[in-house]
Design a protein around this ligand. Structure first.
Ligand SMILES: Nc1ncnc2c1ncn2[C@@H]1O[C@H](COP(=O)(O)OP(=O)(O)OP(=O)(O)O)[C@@H](O)[C@H]1O
Length: 329
């Protein structure tokens, strides 16, 4: 059943979560940026985390991806078969970071650093501001992303680097994967150009391809549509849908562009002042009075824009409807 139309009790985020955030709290001195937040990301879903400026969205990302250590709470990532409650309780009690058995694994991200979260748990991320290596070529950016695999194949020795067959095979595989991604995002003709020379929308897509080259199970995107024109937004939507449908990768995104959010999200979680105020399928969240009120609280002159954007299905018309960009009233 398509979770968009499913009652929440049968939705993938309750039945088959890839990420479960439980009672997450993050304090900065006297400021509580995230306050006892719980939500799940369904396996194979595109989940949007939305809310006005300062609601805490980036802080949640920073906790999930290991940039911040949460003050309290558990962040559980799962690969493969659904673990039993007993297995999760045992891992939590043990003090270990993760339990892995072949393709199956459970990972307590709040105990892991950012490097291990990417390399071991399989969570990749992009940032609000593009962080490509501008002086490297487009192709090199995708090869660098696969450095971990290559180092592993080298056996972490110089002998590996100068010619072990395993390393050579892995290097070939990395190149093939990079080329396949460049074809997929339509940048194969720009492979040898410096990444900084690409148009803004192309850089965004390259950044997502670079994250995908790490073979993530969960892809976290911080405002991927920011600054894109309507055509680029529509290309982004297609790319994200294909990552969900073709690669089977779950996507968690922060986005102010309601056109993008409403068109591609299976599931939306809404934050305001660090607390969850709504959680459900796109249509239900769109019409939730609490959500409308939170956004209407942003700025009086945005009222019409907000109502229009929340009911917008036309990508051309809605692509520029940025919500939550003003100061709170
Ligand atoms: N490192 C930090 N130190 C102190 N306060 C912080 C830090 N990071 C975030 N905050 C505060 O936490 C609150 C939530 O910020 P956050 O950036 O997570 O919100 P957001 O929803 O991502 O906002 P935006 O939509 O503007 O990106 C804000 O009040 C912010 O000032």
């Amino acid at each position: 059943m398509n979770p968009t139309h499913a009652p929440a009790s049968h939705a993938r985020w309750t039945e088959d979560p890839v990420l479960t955030v439980e009672h997450l709290t993050m304090r900065f001195g006297g400021l509580t940026a995230i306050d006892d937040l719980s939500f799940s990301v369904g396996r194979g879903d595109i989940t949007a985390l939305i809310g006005p400026n300062g609601a805490g969205k980036t802080t949640v990302f920073n906790c999930v991806t290991g940039f911040y250590k949460p003050t309290e709470g558990r962040i559980l990532l799962r690969r493969g078969a659904k673990p039993s409650d007993a297995a999760i309780a045992e891992l939590t009690r043990s003090g270990r970071q993760y339990d892995r058995d072949g393709e199956n694994g459970i990972y307590l991200l709040e105990r892991m650093n950012d490097f291990r979260i990417t390399a071991i748990a399989g969570v990749a991320r992009t940032f609000q501001n593009i962080r490509l290596f501008g002086g490297m070529t487009v192709l090199e950016n995708l090869l660098v992303a696969q450095h971990n695999h290559l180092m592993r194949a080298s056996g972490y020795t110089i002998g590996g680097l100068i010619g072990l067959p395993g390393w050579r095979r892995e290097a070939e595989r990395a190149k093939d994967k990079a080329i396949a991604w460049l074809e997929r995002i339509d940048l194969i003709d720009r492979a040898d150009d410096p990444a900084a020379d690409l148009a803004y929308g192309d850089q965004r897509r390259l950044e997502i391809a670079r994250a995908m080259c790490t073979d993530p199970r969960l892809l976290c995107l911080d405002e991927p549509a920011a600054g894109l024109n309507p055509r680029e937004s529509s290309e982004l939507n297609d790319l994200l849908r294909s990552i969900r449908d073709r690669d089977g990768v779950s996507v968690l995104l922060i986005e102010h562009d309601m056109g993008v959010v409403m068109q591609i999200s299976d599931h939306i979680v809404v934050l305001d002042y660090g607390k969850k105020i709504a959680d459900g399928a796109a249509a239900a969240v769109r019409d939730d009075p609490k959500v409308i009120a939170a956004y209407l609280g942003v700025d009086d002159e945005e009222v019409d824009e907000v109502e229009e954007a929340l009911h917008q299905n036309d990508p051309q018309g809605s692509a520029n409807a940025q919500l939550g960009e003003g100061d709170r009233a």
